[in-house]
Design a protein around this ligand. Sequence first.
Ligand SMILES: [Zn+2]
Ligand SMILES: [Zn+2]
Length: 254
Amino acid sequence: MLLRARPLLARAVEALLPCACELCGAVQGRPVCAGCERDLLPDLPRCRGCALRLPRHGPEQDPGRHRCAGCRAAPADFDAAVALGDYVAPADTLVLGLKYGGRLALADWMASRLAASLRQRPEHRVPGAPQLVAAVPLGSARLAERGFNQSWEIARRLARRLRLPAHATVLTRARETRSQTALAPAGRERNVAGAFAVAPWANLDGAHVLLVDDVMTTGATLSAAALALKRAGAARVTALVALRTPAPWQRPGP
Ligand SMILES: [Zn+2]
Ligand SMILES: [Zn+2]
């Protein structure tokens, strides 16, 4: 039934360019099949400040503002955040496939999903504000090793879909940082504090910057990057990530 309802042209293109779903292996025309999208990345209520999943009904949810207790107590330096899903198995395969497998079709898919999320959420639009898309930069050693910045690969495709300018080097690393992976939350903040700089040629006065990263864990990296953008004149920063690491109390126990 679903197949019959799909536009003929889209079906023809998919038939010509088959690929396997990254999550279930089904051979069809997209890097993530519609069934996996629906089942593994459901559209759940998320904190508008940091994209943590919110309970559907519970004390955490403030119906007026939809912000989690953490954001209400200590908001990050970005103003809003959007995530497609949680950074948990098996959805984490999507980020790992892009980052370590170089499967750029996943960046395209993430960009299209993020663009759709933004279009559904008009509160992210700032009337009259110039908008641009930036990506969290990699350190030069990691960029040389990987050969590409997965966040920029998502960001530039997102910009194309939203018809916005994007600059790969508007945000740069002012210094090398350690990998955040093994650090506790306080250590993560210290590790990235002052780590980002805005290119001197960039004019961000009053701009709304869409800041892209592949994963948000504690939000420390995105917050430090947002602070650099705001110090350079940006009026608003919206963080856009493919996946969001759940808070410790949201992760399943051992
Ligand atoms: Zn699938
Ligand atoms: Zn929050």
